[in-house]
Design a protein around this ligand. Structure first.
Ligand SMILES: [Mg+2]
Length: 280
């Protein structure tokens, strides 16, 4: 990791070492796993699953993967045991420990809008480009040529824009596609819901790569550490930028080390005042 970056992250990691509970909120595609044109082949970067597994096993960090995918798709790809929590469809859907999913009832206007969007895809013979989720439809163009991408983007935007407007849905582009979705399916909303569930002093970090993560970065402003994970930097509301996979692995290692430090200090009966000294 760039040395300047590590020293900037250190004050936060010191808090993780001191806190009885911390939270690590993680996007999946593009953040923990590199992009694949085959979505079912999007496995994590080598080394990521093992580090996450250790962090989950330590049990001091609440690890939540917040993905645009349907929640049930994430765990088989991630392969971490015991499993972290998974919130799907941008936080709208939660995967329960028994493998079932839980999701709020969507209002009629939203459901009608999603039916309209699906019907439009059918008329246009574009159903094969789409991923259907509870509360959302995503058209994917990953793997298409630049010309085909541009044509598909323009066509779907034109077809879906009036539906989104009329039915009060969000139309949002992400890396590799365009999505029409329920207003409540938003990672900023997910972060706000999460903040209600965790202690006000718990250190929280959010790692994401895409435009859909920006509302989460904004929702954590002044409350948590926000990190853009991306091979190339882009304009973002996140405070820091990590280049995957190396810097991502470094960050997760440092997190794990912070947890271990806490354990070691507890075992030796050293109190919080002394942790600061040990870390310096
Ligand atoms: Mg992503």
């Amino acid at each position: 990791m760039r040395s300047g970056l590590q020293s900037q992250l250190e004050p936060f990691l010191r808090k993780v070492a001191k806190a009885p509970e911390s939270a690590l909120l993680l996007d999946y595609d593009g953040t923990l796993a590199p992009f694949q044109s085959q979505r079912d082949q999007a496995y994590p970067y080598p080394g990521v699953a093992l580090l996450l597994q250790e962090i989950v096993r330590d049990r001091r960090t609440r690890v939540v993967v917040i993905s645009g995918r349907d929640a049930t798709e994430v765990l088989p790809l991630l392969n971490v045991h015991p499993s972290p929590e998974v919130w799907g469809v941008h936080g709208l859907q939660r995967l329960k420990p028994d493998g079932s999913t839980e999701m709020p009832q969507l209002d009629e206007r939203t459901l009608e809008g999603l039916s309209d969007a699906e019907r439009w895809l059918g008329y246009q013979e574009l159903l094969h480009t789409a991923e259907f989720k509870a509360g959302s439809i995503a058209v994917h163009w990953r793997g298409l040529s630049d010309n085909d991408t541009e044509a598909l983007r323009a066509r779907v935007r034109l077809g879906w824009r009036p539906i989104a407007k009329q039915r009060h849905l969000d139309l949002l582009e992400f890396d590799g596609g365009l999505e029409i979705r329920a207003r409540a399916a938003d990672k900023g909303e997910a972060v706000r819901a999460f903040l209600e569930e965790i202690g006000a002093d718990a250190p929280i970090a959010y790692l994401g790569d895409d435009t859909t993560d920006e509302s989460a970065f904004k929702a954590l402003q002044g409350r948590g550490l926000t990190i853009l994970v991306r091979p190339k930097w882009r304009t973002t509301s996140a405070q820091f930028w990590l280049k995957p996979p190396e810097e991502l692995l470094d960050f997760l290692s440092l997190w794990l080390k912070s947890c271990a430090q806490r354990d070691a200090l507890n075992n030796r009966g050293i109190d919080d005042r002394e942790i600061k000294v040990v870390n310096q």
